[in-house]
Design a binder for this molecule. Structure first.
Ligand code: 5AD
Ligand code: SF4
Length: 478
């Protein structure tokens, strides 16, 4: 696990990882799921597993023994989709051995390509979009009769609020809770509004109840997930009201209030969240973070570009100056807060000077980590319709290399600054590299490895950092 940070400075780190969802229970037909892409997809796979285990399935780690294979997909960049197509080819062999095997494509790529996927990838039996997972038992039944089954209906209400996710592949300590679905932002480069539909907020009571249940079951950290958590707003229904009345607003729950409710579950339950949006992140949220020790001091605040003209073309809704003001607010209200970001290089018409603005902003902020990507044109998006993808691949690559090299230096500076300081660490497990060590994270989301002694997952330990590698802090309990 402590390798996670290393991957943070590598292109495609977040959206490219695959994980097999597993679990051992019940009998009957067996399901095997692989998840790709963002944390929301991993969280969705737990909902899918729940829907199917309620319908007599058990889950398996062994693809060979599966009756149903699901692949939960990402469409954010073209190379994410290519990777999934490669994986589908590999499933063909499994299907050769077991004629009754059912292969389903779930998530964003399913939603984007719809029935086209059935034509292009002959081995696929089921295509299901992110809002149609309740229909999976029917779709599987249909596929079992030898027909192709498709449901790519998007919803304005679905939040799966009442579904209790099956926590599979879990360390028993940290878990995701989704708080919103979809996105209304329409950043011009982004396919998500098309694949995940309108933004809906989930009822606060169901979120708090899920956090409470996790805590009662021994979990010690929850991450609240949404495409833009700062726009969370519950006004009595999932879709945000266009013009809420004064009374409705007074009775509403916004993100700062939701954070507080979850933080109050227990001081021993850490609360994290992702992703924040610079245009919507309020000081209220920052003050709530500062008020509760168990809300982690870490913000992932994607900037995308450091140049205001490019940001405007990206339809991000903020300028360089606005973003800098938000960073200053974080530094002022939450001193020592960890900050990470997302960056896209080579967006349509980006000049070299504009790229340098991204470099200078990165230096100014001094990010602890970053996820960095080359611009990849996505069908249907505003940018694809309005702008020419005119930066040569080679230039995109050079710019990407420059931001990656800089981020490696910034992460190194950030890690070295921590040497000599003591942090409260939540232990997550045994270090991959040594059975004699455990690892966990500090509030700022950095991985810290230290000698095991008698510590076990779920313990909070004060650790003095003595050394660091590019990816990890090393220390000892004090
Ligand atoms: N090309 C490259 N990167 C993209 N992202 C989203 N869409 C694209 C695209 N078309 C990146 C953004 C976003 C992260 C999740 O993925 O940086 O914040
Ligand atoms: Fe995509 Fe922008 Fe929504 Fe994030 S906020 S999912 S980048 S449209």
């Amino acid at each position: 696990m402590e390798l996670t940070n290393e991957s943070k400075v590598i292109d495609e780190a977040r959206q490219g990882e695959a994980t097999v969802v597993t679990g051992e229970n019940s009998s009957g037909r067996k399901l095997y799921i692989e998840s790709y892409g963002c944390q929301m997809n991993f969280s969705d796979s737990e909902i899918v597993a729940s829907v199917l285990t309620d319908n007599g399935f058990s889950t398996t780690k062994q693809m060979e023994e599966a009756d149903v294979i699901f692949i939960n997909t990402c469409a954010i960049r073209d190379n994410a989709e290519q990777r999934i197509r490669g994986r589908l080819k590999e499933f063909r062999a499994a299907k050769g051995k077991n004629k009754d095997l059912i292969v389903g494509v779930l998530g964003c790529m399913a939603e984007r390509l719809k029935t086209k996927l059935l034509e292009e990838e002959k081995i696929v039996d089921i295509v299901v979009g992110p809002d149609a997972y309740r229909d999976l038992p029917n779709l599987v039944a249909e596929a079992e009769t030898g027909q192709k089954a498709v449901n790519v209906q998007l919803s304005k209400e679905e939040t799966y609020a009442d579904i209790n996710p099956v926590r599979l592949n879990s360390n028993g300590i940290t878990a995701f809770i989704s708080i919103t679905r979809g996105c209304d932002n329409m950043c011009s480069f982004c396919v998500v509004p098309f694949t995940r539909g309108r933004e809906r907020s989930r009822k606060p009571e169901s979120i708090v109840a899920e956090a409470q249940e996790l805590f009662d079951n021994g979990y010690r950290e929850v991450t609240l997930l949404g495409q833009n958590v700062d726009s969370y707003l519950w006004t009595g229904g999932g879709l945000k009201k266009e013009n809420p009345s004064k009374e409705e607003l007074e009775n509403a729950t916004n993100f700062a209030q939701l954070l507080e409710k979850v933080a109050l579950v227990s001081p021993d339950l850490r609360v994290r969240f992702s992703t924040s949006h610079p245009k919507d992140m309020t000081d209220d949220v920052l003050y709530t973070m500062a008020k509760y020790e168990n809300i982690c001091n870490y913000i992932h605040l994607p900037v995308q570009s450091g140049n205001s003209r490019v940001l405007e073309m990206m339809n991000r809704g903020y300028s360089r100056e606005w973003y800098m003001d938000r960073i200053e607010a974080i530094r002022r209200i939450i001193p020592g807060c960890g900050i990470s970001t997302d960056i896209i290089t080579g967006f349509c018409s980006e000049t070299n000077e504009e790229h340098k603005d991204t470099i200078s902003l990165m230096e100014w902020v001094g990010y602890d980590f970053a996820y960095m990507f080359k611009y990849s044109e996505r069908p249907k998006t505003l940018a694809q319709r309005k702008y020419e993808d005119d930066i040569p691949e080679e230039v995109k690559g050079e710019r990407l290399k420059e931001v990656i090299d800089l981020q490696m230096k910034l992460s190194d500076v950030s890690n070295k600054k921590d040497v000599g300081h003591t942090f409260k660490v939540l232990v997550e497990g045994t270090s991959k590299r040594s059975d004699e060590h455990v690892f966990g994270r500090n509030s700022q989301n950095k991985v810290i490895v230290f000698p095991k002694e008698n510590y076990k997952p779920g313990d909070y330990v004060n650790v003095l950092v003595q050394d660091c590698t590019p990816a990890t802090l090393l220390g000892k309990a004090v």
